[in-house]
Design a protein around this ligand. Sequence first.
Ligand SMILES: Cc1cc2nc3c(=O)[nH]c(=O)nc-3n(C[C@H](O)[C@H](O)[C@H](O)COP(=O)(O)OP(=O)(O)OC[C@H]3O[C@@H](n4cnc5c(N)ncnc54)[C@H](O)[C@@H]3O)c2cc1C
Length: 394
Amino acid sequence: MDPVDIVDLALVGGGGGAGCLVLTALDRHDLTGLRIAVVDPVRRRGQDRTWAFWGAPGTDLEPVLSASWRRVEVTTSARRRVLDLAPLRYAMLRSAPLYARAAEAERRLGVTRCDAAVGALDDDGTGVTVRDIDGRALLRAGWVLDSRPGPPRRPGRTSWLQHFRGWWVESATPVFDPDRAVLMDFRTPQPARGVSFGYVLPVSDRYALVEYTEFAPALIDDAAYDAALRGYTRLLGVDLTRSAVREVENGVIPMTDAPFDRRPSARVVRLGTAGGATRPSTGFTFSAMRRQAAQVAAALAAGRDPVPRPAYPGRHRWMDGVALRALDNGRVGGPEFFGRLFDRNPPQRVLRFLDGDTRPVEDLAVMRSSPLLPMTSAAVGDAAGRLRARLFRS
Ligand SMILES: Cc1cc2nc3c(=O)[nH]c(=O)nc-3n(C[C@H](O)[C@H](O)[C@H](O)COP(=O)(O)OP(=O)(O)OC[C@H]3O[C@@H](n4cnc5c(N)ncnc54)[C@H](O)[C@@H]3O)c2cc1C
């Protein structure tokens, strides 16, 4: 790309999930007059991840979903809960159709593509010079939406990871129930620190994504993932001698109360995981990225600045921080915490809460349903941690 190229909007890291969702949202608004650049060294296509999310059916994503379920299961050793999500549903979107849609949007919007790794973003308040990692100017943009992976503004009090491995299992015999997804199955052996669960997204009675997930401070090695998946598939009744693992998916998602910089400078807005779209207590990110993409596109269509609202209300981030702390210090067990959450609230309320969409009175109900005493002492610890951090900074 010519270094003097000038665009209205640059999507830095725009080949990833957040960037693709922004491109498709801009396309829906038919913003063809906007000069847009995507700067990302990787051209993403194919299946590198599977997104699952909930919401009301009937959106523009419907034709590209691989499956959706009105019912989901949350299972602890004590109880199997089958939750009816109506009017919501849980849905699965594989990455290939989203990347293809974004590529199509790029073509229609006349986007300039730059396959470079970005280093500095120099914002002088009237525009941003986007530089490569050697400091060379790549382009100048009126606004930058930056979704490159990046660290939080400062470390959190709890920094866990959601890490997982998934097998796309094809079984010779019918073994999955295609009418329901398994959201959390805590019958997996629990790690010494953290929480583990199985997760199943069935596409048919013989084909499903089966995952082993941990919320924990540290990663595990390949052999441990495979052993855990062998154990979990056995628990599901899958005979691995009569099944094939067609694809493998790995992922690591931050779960932290650390603050992410949403607006590092006047004309730079961070989106995606780097902008705080990952819900600390669950790792879910997709819905928030989608919401923010819609807000960005609507703002630009209305001639306003492309600055979305925060991904989640501050009180929810605080509650998540408290929950993470209680899980981290072992005062609350993961199966107990999530089991009670779903036992004592309608599933729609829990899902809306996780989307940051509940009113304060509903938040109180969610809070009341968690193990109160350990959570309260975790909250006191959280407040003390904040105070210490503030004193230390001043
Ligand atoms: C395997 C997997 C499964 C997931 N499943 C779910 C799920 O089911 N539900 C859910 O809600 N969330 C899920 N997530 C979490 C989250 O939705 C995804 O991580 C999502 O892709 C985050 O989007 P993003 O744009 O923030 O980051 P990414 O999609 O990772 O995109 C970041 C982009 O930045 C680019 N980049 C990196 N460095 C530079 C640089 N120097 N200059 C320019 N570009 C750069 C990269 O090439 C990449 O394209 C999953 C994550 C993973 C990894």
